[in-house]
Ligand binder design. Structure first.
Ligand SMILES: C[S@@+](CC[C@H](N)C(=O)[O-])C[C@H]1O[C@@H](n2cnc3c(N)ncnc32)[C@H](O)[C@@H]1O
Length: 264
């Protein structure tokens, strides 16, 4: 193995377990989509992906870029792999989409920005599937359903924007070098390509969950006038005692539409 010291500030835990790498490859959707990888690291997942699909990989670490360029010289030359040396969040700020055509995001994500990356992938109109390694607790939030204790803005947004979302399998710390302190999971999301969420919807949901154990109506008073809350509750037949995790995603969506209409 290369003498590379993993950098904590970039969330570097390199996946070494070949069984897990095989399982990720087996979970790739059977389609003609291009692939985007975020954080190729030392290239262990990249090496497997490029056997099946052409891909672009975004890597922030200068030291790793050098290693990847020599390791994948042939695939780069053949146009099968495009390496982009940048912070992927900056790339998204500049170009809105990580690829010109429809693509699937397949990656072992840096955990410190994993949630942010998934939310950006939701907004990216060319991204169809998201198959990513994240911290197990994060995967549980994205796949939580109404009344689950983990149900929050992430689960609601996922339900509204996807046709399928699930945890495929867990990955123990020993599968990585160095091993992280937490259990990881492979999260699978297939987006509904006809759906798009208003960019302020997430802000509205955050306000709804600001004190998750309090009544939803109480949380809403920080962002909406009390009279409007009463009107919306009556129109949508919502019980005043309801807590934020007890309201379905479609009801949140209807509430948000009424809040916007009520403000205009
Ligand atoms: C958990 S490691 C995964 C490495 C490799 N894919 C693997 O499976 O072994 C996360 C990778 O994301 C890279 N990374 C961290 N922050 C990034 C950013 N903002 N933009 C692009 N890559 C980033 C790290 O340098 C590292 O290579």
């Amino acid at each position: 193995m290369e003498k590379v010291k993993a950098k904590k500030q970039y969330g570097q835990n390199f996946l070494k377990d070949t069984t897990i790498l095989d399982k990720i490859i087996q979970s790739m959707p059977n389609n003609n989509n291009y692939v985007v990888e975020i954080g190729p690291g030392l290239g262990d997942l990249t090496k497997n992906l490029v056997k099946y699909k052409d891909l672009t990989a975004y890597e922030v670490d200068t030291d790793l870029i050098g290693i990847l360029e020599s390791k994948f010289a042939i695939q780069i030359e053949e146009g099968k792999l495009k390496l982009i040396h940048t912070d992927v969040l900056e790339a998204w700020d500049k170009q809105k989409s990580l690829h010109d055509g429809r693509y699937d995001l397949i990656a072992n994500l840096p955990y410190y920005i994993a949630t942010n990356i998934i939310l950006r992938a939701f907004e990216d109109k060319n991204c169809e599937h998201i198959i990513v390694m994240v911290q197990k607790e994060v995967a549980e939030k994205f796949t939580a359903k109404v009344n689950d204790k983990e149900y929050s803005s992430l689960g609601i947004i996922t339900e509204l924007i996807s046709v399928d979302s699930k945890i495929l399998f867990d990955v123990p710390p020993e599968s990585f070098d160095p091993p992280p302190k937490i259990i990881s999971s492979i999260l699978y999301i297939k987006k509904d390509m006809d759906k798009y969420l208003d960019k302020d919807f997430n802000k509205f949901l955050k306000a709804c969950f600001v004190q998750p154990r309090k009544k939803l109506s109480k949380n809403l008073t920080s962002v909406i006038d009390k009279n409007l809350i009463s009107k919306i509750y009556e129109e949508l037949n919502i019980n005043d005692n309801v807590r934020p995790h007890e309201v379905s995603s479609s009801l949140y969506s209807q509430m948000y539409t009424k809040v916007k209409d009520g403000r205009n």
